[in-house]
Design a binder for this molecule. Sequence first.
Ligand SMILES: [Zn+2]
Length: 242
Amino acid sequence: MRDQLRLLEELQRHDAELLELEGLCKSLPERVQKVESAIAELDRLLAEKRLELADTEAFRKGQEQEKKDASEQLSRAKAKSSQVRNLKEQNAVQRELENTRRQLEQREEEITKLSQAIAEQQGKIAEHEARVGDQRKELAAEHDRVAKRIAELQGKLQAARTRREELATKLRPDFLKKYSTIRIRRGLAIVAVHDGTCRGCNMRIPPQLYNIIQRGASLEICPNCNRMIYWAKLLEEVSETA
Ligand SMILES: [Zn+2]
């Protein structure tokens, strides 16, 4: 019976380890996904910034065209001013000259501002691209790290599964079945009793039952939490003598 109790306890430790290893295996790809979604977000922002830049460039192109039109108009006005016949015509040409000059100045100012904005946007895009590049490098490194770690964990998992199977074959089938049923419902299936207290539910167990488990001749269940129980000292002695 002691051996069976010890096996059950060992089986439980293995199951906990398996659960932890499986959890780790699952959580690792999530780390890669995090970096991947960070890159996707950066890419999205980068595309937005490139669109903004294209808009500004198109606007500057329009302004350049308007500037060209204005300077052509100015040339025409200048030509006209040499052919004025009277004061009325001269005044009209003068007004046209002033208007087109002002137009030209405004377009030039606008173009200067737009060129500055374009340079700024290009700078930001370059910065952004560098960041995306760094993130991609990080992603590649993270991929490698995670792949190695998963391979390592798979090895451990395989070993733990093999050991668990070995343990399971040594256990009485009815004990194993009971263990599995309780484990599904309660997490821990087998717990120690220290000084008359069940470590699964922290309740004192009845004295008569405490006497029974101290003999260690049968598999008993905690009347409160329904887990399999054993007297803690019973297995301690086994490991001390072993
Ligand atoms: Zn209990």
